[in-house]
Design a protein around this ligand. Sequence first.
Ligand SMILES: Nc1[nH]c(=O)nc2c1ncn2[C@H]1C[C@H](O)[C@@H](COP(=O)(O)OP(=O)(O)OP(=O)(O)O)O1
Length: 161
Amino acid sequence: MMYEGTLCFVVSDDEVLLIEKRRGLGEGWYNGPGGKREAGETIRECAIREVREEVGIDVDTPALSKAGELTFRLDGDPQIHCHVFRTDRFDGEPRPSEEARPEWFPLDEVPYDQMWDDDHLWLPGVLQGRTVEGRFDFEGGEPLDDADFVDHDLEWEIAFE
Ligand SMILES: Nc1[nH]c(=O)nc2c1ncn2[C@H]1C[C@H](O)[C@@H](COP(=O)(O)OP(=O)(O)OP(=O)(O)O)O1
């Protein structure tokens, strides 16, 4: 079953706010804050809620913009349709939660070796302000974070909305 999810990248002063994920899919790896869309909320509302829950800051400003749509497939079946957002504005101070430990990284020191195997392919462009649509194929059975990343397809400069 495929579900909708979000990832949000806050970029400020040549640094990006990542989380070390403390539980669930991708535990122990760095990523942007994000998670599953809940019934009754829009994708944008999901991104804002997940950032608030995971690191305690507010990204609900006009600067929050859509940067990507990524489909993660496992053994040929779409698993997650992930909407990527980017912003350079936020209110509050990042704080850790049960789910996530926030950490700022200089844009040229993003820890791709401690992230999902596909991230180095699309995240650099997103951090530069580009837009992307991508499909990523994993093989080897559940869970997705134990599977092997085997193939992908990317298209840049996508007009969202
Ligand atoms: N290949 C991949 N590359 C990537 O960068 N992020 C991925 C990814 N595959 C999944 N993700 C992200 C998207 C989404 O934000 C997150 C999926 O985690 P989920 O929210 O589904 O799991 P959780 O166990 O965290 O559940 P909730 O926090 O309860 O929503 O992992």
